[in-house]
Design a protein around this ligand. Structure first.
Ligand code: ADP
Ligand code: MG
Ligand code: MG
Length: 933
């Protein structure tokens, strides 16, 4: 091939033939383009073509026109294609047709546009028909092209074409597209040409180069289309991840040339389970999008073995060559044209967590990837999917209908029939299942808010299935028993009619659909998951602990692989219904004696709580935080009390009125009075006794005392008020009770021979002096407990770092503290001077949208600010005490990016909620592996 002299005009090479493009340069060629080049170069059967770069796209978007000279370059490459294929673009004997395909560096399935069969016009169509001796095929290709080109390049809405299609089908009594013969399709093409003319005011362009030029521009523009922009925003695809779309121009091959032709999509392994068998679907005598669009329900690839054994053999060969080249599970598109297999696209497969974990372990076993790769290729946050609910295993109900198991997990919710309703009701906090015949990319906003997706058409690789899998949401597709009438907003399954708002349950693991809500259970760990996480633990330096407040939580956290409890919040124990009254007594106490009496009752309760947790975590450290929240959180609100008191006053007035009732009645209606005199006397007697007991007076009085206390505890800014260690300083007896309970629980466990490692942690410390005072209590009580129980109790004393000042004083804090635990929630609030609730409810979304902040700092640690403070505190603390143990608790402990940072600054452990422990374990290993790079 002659190298085109691109440089003269543009100074930049904007076009690469598949034979020459760099398969690794996805930023330039897009994922699709790069892989087409790479597949061509490793000798796979790819129809010839070339890729116009993303740089050309950016230049186009900037100037709103194709870069100068680009069309000349395209013409030269088309000439080369003509030579390679022996066909003639727009020619009337052996016409060359091409597809114009979008594709950026990041895969954005269905977000941008592709035009097929470009180059068709009256004369090339005649050529195609003569050449193939298949008029039906020719007209079918033509009408598809007019519609696609009309829609994508000229902006004529699908519905105008669909309406004509419906008309022609009705006219000839055709049920499926396939029932239309050549003459019908010819008529349809004519109708379509008219649709275009009517809506654009111009005839359909017949010059193939004009078609090509318009299409390339349209594909470039689709990069900035609303769908694509929304998608990038949702998935946080930034410019340095993907900037602009490339356009690949690819010789058409035809899957709709008869029964020895077809089209399909495949996965080199099962993307739902990870099993190492080729997986996918195909349709005989169909083209391009037919499989994905769910127009007909396709057949599983396994059936191809019977139907076209030779093609099946080639597919298996393709599977092996793709995997051994890419060292990754591939998702590929193929077309069979008269018995020849072509590969039209490949990319790394999107799989659910289960499949990712299984393939990691198995591909390592097969020698396809290294252990390092096995760990790095699984996105940690995905593992949470593995903990998605499943239908309760003892549930025996009969299902309403069965579709295809398209994305695992079970979900219940109210039926909604369109994406907008799903979005509205979902945002309003309702659980909804999006139910549609098929979904399209423009439904994406509905997916975000739905618990699950159910479609009546389309296969396991339909849009609905692919998108749901990516999001980890349950999906049942191709459930053909359901007849949806979205105008009437109802669906029929056999005899049953379902209306919008009715609750159903779908199980994306089996494809079953049930009426009503079905109980679900949490998923269990697979063997592969255990293996992978064991590898991760070996690799990681950072340890993973859990936040847990009860023995049950602790046990579960241990099952998730936590190597300790990094945070036990004692206030959670105070809040349970049997304890709250005692806690309130403690708060309401007027004297120290009264308070002590309440504390004496709390002591054994706390002690047994701690004992339970220590035992569940035998052999591992358990960090208990002393009481943290402001006292008023344990009391009812003033408003609530005022209401109750008002009710009681009303009750007292009503009793007064009842007492007067006999006299009033006697006066008004003596006869009636006589009739009821007996009963009335009894009633009044009862009221007297009630009054003498002063019951309501007592209650009113008590409530008024509480109200007074609540008012006295009221703070302008409770989160910055009398809480944490400040409470411990004002009421040393409260902290002393807790310290005693912890140490006694430890002593009791030690006596039973249970190895335990308790740690006492003080919240909200700002000054060294605060810490020293509490340390004094711990040391004193520690001695007493050891003496009374006659046993050594090992205990560590430490502080939370969640106040900015404490971080600044870390060097000195470390003299008293044997460990630090960053409370990154409060520390983030304090560093930003944001209150979390106000920030999240009022302005944070806007900050993120306008780019003032990249992430929500309460979810992803703000490395530049909060992180800097942490780094400094770590260094200062370790200077004082080299073996200082440092951890973090708070939301960030389960966030992979934050975990990476914690690893970098030398923190010893992260502590997060139980179900995020597996996520954190993998993230910790990745942090270590990436550091080495
Ligand atoms: P998407 O990114 O939406 O998958 P593609 O560019 O891959 O878009 O094309 C859409 C459909 O058309 C796919 O099924 C693809 O296999 C098919 N297709 C694209 N180019 C060709 C071609 N040259 N010949 C036959 N089918 C094609
Ligand atoms: Mg594709
Ligand atoms: Mg805190």
């Amino acid at each position: 091939m002659n190298k085109p002299n691109f440089a003269i005009v543009t100074g930049k090479q904007y076009i690469f033939a598949f034979e020459e493009g760099d398969g690794k340069n996805k930023m330039l060629l897009g994922g699709k383009g790069a892989n087409l080049c790479e597949m061509t170069q490793i000798g796979l059967n790819v129809p010839p073509g070339f890729t116009v770069t993303t740089e050309a796209c950016l230049a186009y978007l900037e100037k709103k026109q194709l870069p100068a000279g680009l069309m000349d370059d395209i013409r030269r490459h088309m000439a080369a294609l003509e030579k390679k294929t022996g066909k003639d673009f727009g020619g009337s004997t052996n016409p060359l047709l091409v597809s114009v395909r979008s594709g950026s560096a990041m895969s954005m399935p269905g977000m941008m546009d592709t035009i097929l069969n470009l180059g068709l016009n009256e004369s090339s169509l005649a050529g195609l028909i003569k050449q193939t001796a298949n008029p039906r095929f020719g007209w079918d290709a033509y009408r598809r092209f007019i519609q696609l080109f009309g829609k994508i390049a000229l902006g004529v809405a699908d519905e105008h074409f669909d309406e004509r299609m419906g008309f022609v089908k009705r006219k000839y009594g055709a049920r499926l597209d396939l029932d239309l013969d050549a003459e019908h399709l010819k008529e349809l093409a004519g109708e379509f040409l008219n649709v275009v003319k009517r809506h654009t005011g111009k005839p359909f362009p017949q010059d193939p180069y004009e078609q090509l030029e318009i299409s390339v521009g349209a594909v470039f523009r689709s990069w900035m289309g609303k769908r694509a922009v929304d998608y990038r925003k949702q998935f946080k695809i930034t410019k340095d991840m993907a900037d602009g779309t490339a356009v690949s121009v690819c010789t058409m091959v035809f899957g709709n040339m008869g029964d020895d032709s077809g089209t399909g999509v495949g996965f080199t392994r099962n993307p739902g389970t990870g099993e190492n068998v080729i997986y996918g679907e195909y349709l005989v005598n169909a083209q391009g999008e037919d499989v994905v669009a769910g127009i007909r329900t396709p057949k599983p690839i396994a059936e191809l073995e019977r139907e076209m054994p030779e093609i099946h053999r080639q597919l298996i060969e393709l599977q092996n060559r793709l995997e051994s080249h890419y060292h990754e599970v591939q998702d590929f598109e193929f077309t069979i044209e008269r018995g020849t297999l072509y590969c039209l696209q490949t990319r790394n497969a999107k799989m659910n967590a289960r499949a990712m974990v299984r393939t990691s372990v198995e591909m390592f076993g097969e020698g396809l990837i290294s252990k390092e790769r096995a760990l790095l290729r699984v996105e940690p946050a995905m593992l949470e999917q593995l903990l998605v609910p499943q239908l309760s295993p003892d549930f025996r109900g009969k299902c309403l209908a069965q579709g295809l198991p398209a994305s695992p997990g079970a979900a219940s919710g109210k039926i909604v029939f369109d994406a907008n309703t799903a979005e509205a009701r979902g945002m309003a906090g309702e659980k909804v299942i999006l139910v549609r015949e098929e979904t399209k990319p423009e439904d994406i906003h509905g997916f975000f808010q739905a618990q699950g997706i159910l479609t009546s058409r389309g296969g396991k690789t339909s849009h609905a299935a692919v998108v749901a899998r990516g999001m980890g949401k349950p999906c049942v597709s191709g459930c053909e028993q359901i007849a949806i009438d979205d105008k009437a907003r109802s669906a029929m399954i056999g005899e049953t009619t379902l209306h919008e708002g009715d609750v159903i349950t779908i199980d994306g693991g089996t494809g079953h659909v049930y009426a009503g809500e079905v109980p679900t259970v949490e998923a269990a760990f697979s063997g592969e998951m255990v293996t992978l996480l064991a590898w991760a633990d070996k690799e990681a330096r950072l340890q993973v602990m859990a936040n847990a407040d009860t023995p049950e939580d602790a046990t579960r956290a241990r099952e998730f692989g936590a190597v300790g409890i990094g945070l036990v919040r004692t206030e959670r124990m105070f809040n349970s219904t049997d304890r709250l009254p005692i806690v309130q007594e403690m708060i309401l106490a007027e004297t120290q004696e009264e308070r002590q009496a309440a504390l004496d009752r709390l002591l054994p309760i706390q002690r047994s709580d701690f004992k339970g947790i220590f035992k569940a975590m035998r052999g591992l450290p358990v960090t208990v935080r002393l009481l943290d929240p402001p006292m008023h959180e344990f009391l009812p609100t003033a408003a609530q009390l005022e209401l109750e008191i008002a009710h009681l006053h009303q009750l007292r007035d009503s009793i007064g009125a009842l007492k007067d009732l006999p006299d009033t009645l006697k006066l008004l209606n003596p006869k009636l009075y006589q009739q009821y005199a007996d009963g009335l006397r009894k009633l009044v007697g009862g009221l007297h006794t009630f009054e003498e007991s002063h019951l309501e007076e007592d209650v009113i009085h008590r409530k008024e005392t509480v109200l007074k206390k609540v008012r006295s505890l009221e703070e302008v800014n409770p989160m910055l008020g009398h809480r944490g260690v400040r409470l411990g300083i004002s009421y040393p007896e409260i902290y002393s009770m807790q310290i005693q309970a912890i140490l006694e629980a430890a002593a009791l466990c030690a006596k039973e021979g249970v190895k335990i490692h308790p740690e006492i942690m003080v919240p909200q410390v700002a000054t060294v002096e605060e810490l020293k005072r509490i340390h004094g209590h711990v040391q004193r009580i520690h001695k007493v407990v050891e003496l009374t129980h006659g046993i050594n109790v090992n205990v560590k004393f430490g502080t939370m770092l969640e106040v900015v000042r404490a971080c600044l004083r870390a060097g000195r804090m470390a003299q008293d503290a044997e460990f630090f635990s960053f409370g990154t929630n409060d520390l983030t609030q304090a560093t930003f001077s944001f209150s979390r609730e106000d920030a999240e409810n009022k302005f944070l979304a806007a900050y993120n949208e306008t780019g003032i902040l990249q992430d929500n700092p309460f979810e992803v640690l703000d490395i530049k600010g909060v992180g800097q403070l942490m780094k400094m505190a770590v260094e200062d603390g370790r200077r004082t005490r080299p073996d200082l143990k440092i951890g973090i608790c708070g939301e960030h402990g389960g966030d992979p990016v934050s975990i990476g940072f914690c690893h970098q600054i030398g923190i010893d452990y992260v502590s997060c909620s139980g179900p995020r422990v597996p996520v954190a374990r993998l993230a910790a290993a990745q942090a270590k592996l990436l550091e080495a790079k």
